[in-house]
Write a protein that binds this ligand. Structure first.
Ligand SMILES: Cc1ncc(C[n+]2csc(CCOP(=O)(O)OP(=O)(O)O)c2C)c(N)n1
Length: 603
């Protein structure tokens, strides 16, 4: 069939089952925006390409399908870069389509030319500039296949304008031409048997579960493994929801701001079964002091992950669901292993001795933890939904304090830690799951990085509840400056008033509410959740001085986990100089002991 390259792009996307995509037009991609008018695909017009990229991520994360974003050449493509890097770090399947200057102009510094395949080489799973229209269908087919199979990730297809404009005889891509690309999904049976043997015989095992289990749809097999072998589970920041928080075998989140019991169970374990987790430094703390007595079984679809950070005893390359099912099979009919009673007794004791702590004085100020926990309770009271966050303290509290019962009910930027992720990702999540409640919990700093996408939410009719945990500051940076920089607060004040979030809501045509009194939180959420036909903003004005605990200082060992400000100051001496809402004053702390100092690590 005769058609233009641009039409072929839309046709190829339709053939992949794309229903919605996110983008922003411009000169080089203009030809592809024309046939969109006649296409079944809904295009949502983002206000900034970074927003379009995060929307595609939010959509992919919430649905498990590939998210699609589109941008023009040059600045359009470079604006996508942060979102692509984010998707790469968190293994999110995204296909990005970019326009490019005509092939004859490539390399000549033409207007809006940028070498986007070169720029995104290290942050995409694969990318390609298509120089022949006959290749369009195949390139797009392969992009979807590569993005969604094996370890998922972003793929970029760059389309020069003359290729989009060319008329040619279109044929759909029948066969994939990827001879070298064959992800291994089944684990090696000998390794699986060996892993099963260790899992039966370990005295203090822990299932250390990462985002890979969610991507593989392995949550049911995980639960069965844990129940059958009585092995406790920890779920990383990327895996929240993979094991229900209400399940008694679930110890919560490990890592820098993880539950004390989850962190310590890993430290003291004699066997860690890592399922789709990557021994990230936020989980391991100082690597050479991490889980010193543990043998390691590491299951990952990406062979490059295995042994990357920690020596492995039993490496298993494969899909987490498939391997978990293989493990169940291997364990079938076997005698129960050792008595796990003493291990569970220890864990239960720790759980009672080391609960997450939070306090809320009746008279205020409103604690951010109070607002966040209330949002979670409100959401779970109506049967759950999807929580999306920005990056900072609010993200950690939302991971700690909200119960996640389902996979894909928690979306955040874990690997790259991208402020500005929340607003657009929440829009994408809601676009993919219009029947589910989507609540965005953002920091005032993160919110201000992409708040222009509220316009997209409004005009595309995406009713997300945007809760801003407004502490007037870059809270997480403030926390580090308080703890590690002698309370020398540098460049963290945002102020509570600029922008005035209720007026901002008004400007975007959304309802906006403010709440700064703990007594009003429930009523404010009732009002906010009653709005289902518009995006809505809630400005929770919170105590600026709160800190996220537990905390393993960056570069410290997990054995040095700190549970409260009191414990921190008892160890390092002194106390916080400023009162509530009053940063500053004379630093009173003595030198921080070396093992608790901030390492060469990032906030
Ligand atoms: C794009 C980007 N720039 C800078 C940072 C470093 N950073 C991490 S947390 C944080 C502060 C976040 O402030 P806010 O969004 O208000 O959340 P809070 O910590 O107050 O909850 C900063 C600046 C980052 N993660 N991402």
């Amino acid at each position: 069939m005769e058609m233009t390259g641009a039409k072929a792009v839309l046709k190829a996307l339709e053939n992949e089952g794309v229903e919605v995509m996110f983008g922003h037009p411009g000169g080089a991609i203009l030809p592809a925006y024309d046939p969109m008018i006649d296409s079944s695909i809904r295009h949502m017009l983002a206000r900034h390409e970074q927003g379009a990229g995060h929307m595609a991520e939010g959509y992919a994360h919430a649905t498990g399908r590939v998210g699609v974003c589109m941008a023009t050449s040059g600045p359009g493509g470079t604006n996508l870069v942060t979102a692509l890097a984010d998707a790469y770090m968190d293994s999110i399947p995204v296909v990005a389509i970019t326009g490019q200057v005509p092939t004859g102009a490539v390399g000549g510094d033409a207007f809006q030319e940028a070498d986007i395949t070169g720029i995104t080489m290290p942050i995409t799973k694969h990318n390609e500039m298509v120089t022949d229209p006959h290749r369009i269908a195949g390139a797009i087919r392969e992009a979807f296949h590569i993005a969604s199979t094996g370890r998922p990730g972003p793929v970029l297809v760059d389309l020069p304008k003359d290729v989009l404009n060319a008329t040619f005889d279109y044929e759909p891509a029948e066969r994939l031409q990827l001879p070298g690309y064959k992800p291994t999904t089944r684990g090696h049976s000998k390794m699986v048997r060996e892993a099963a043997r260790l899992m039966r015989s370990a005295e203090r095992p822990v299932l250390y579960v990462g985002g890979g289990i969610v991507k593989a749809g392995g949550h049911e097999a995980l639960r069965e493994l844990s129940e059958r072998l009585e092995i406790p589970v920890v779920t990383t920041l990327m895996a929240r929801g993979a094991m229900p928080d209400s399940h008694p075998n679930h110890l919560g989140m490990p890592g820098m701001h993880g539950h004390w019991t989850a962190v310590t169970a890993m430290q003291k374990s004699d066997l860690l079964v890592a399922l789709g987790s990557r021994f990230d430094d936020r989980v391991t703390g100082r690597l050479d002091a991490f889980a010193p007595d543990a043998r390691i079984v590491h299951v990952d679809i990406d062979p490059a992950e295995i042994g990357k950070n920690r020596m492995v005893d039993v490496p298993i390359v494969g899909d987490c669901r498939v391997v978990a099912e293989q493990l169940l099979e291997a364990l079938d009919g076997e005698r129960a292993g050792v008595d796990r009673g003493p291990w569970w007794e220890t864990l239960r004791t720790w759980q009672t001795q080391h609960p997450l702590r939070r306090e809320q004085p009746e008279e205020g100020p409103l604690k951010p933890q109070t607002a966040i926990a209330a949002i979670g309770e409100r959401l779970n009271a109506e049967g759950g939904g999807v929580v999306v966050t920005g990056v900072g303290q609010h993200q950690m509290w939302a991971a700690q304090l909200i119960d996640y019962e389902q996979p894909r009910s928690w979306i955040n930027s874990g690997g790259l830690g991208t402020m500005g992720f929340c607003v657009p990702a929440a829009i994408g999540a809601k676009a993919g799951r219009p029947g589910d409640r989507v609540v965005a919990i953002d920091g005032d700093g993160s919110f201000q990085m992409t708040l222009q996408e509220l316009a997209t939410a409004k005009t595309e009719n995406i009713p997300v509840v945007f809760c801003v945990i407004n502490n007037g500051s870059l809270g997480m940076v403030r926390q580090w400056q308080e703890l590690f920089y002698d309370e020398r607060f540098s460049q963290i004040d945002l102020g509570f008033e600029v922008p005035d979030l209720t007026k901002l809501a008004d400007a975007f045509g959304c309802p906006g509410f403010r709440c700064d009194d703990p007594a009003d939180v429930a009523a404010t959420l009732d009002k906010a959740f009653a709005v289902t036909d518009s995006p809505i903003i809630v400005d929770f004005r919170c105590d600026i001085t709160e800190k996220v605990f537990p905390m393993v200082p960056a570069g410290a060992s997990n054995d040095d986990i700190i549970e409260s400000a009191e414990q921190w100051y008892a160890q390092v001496g002194g106390g916080p100089a400023g009162g509530a809402g009053e940063p500053g004053g004379e630093p009173t702390r003595s030198e921080i002991p070396e093992h608790l100092r901030e390492g060469e690590n990032v906030v």
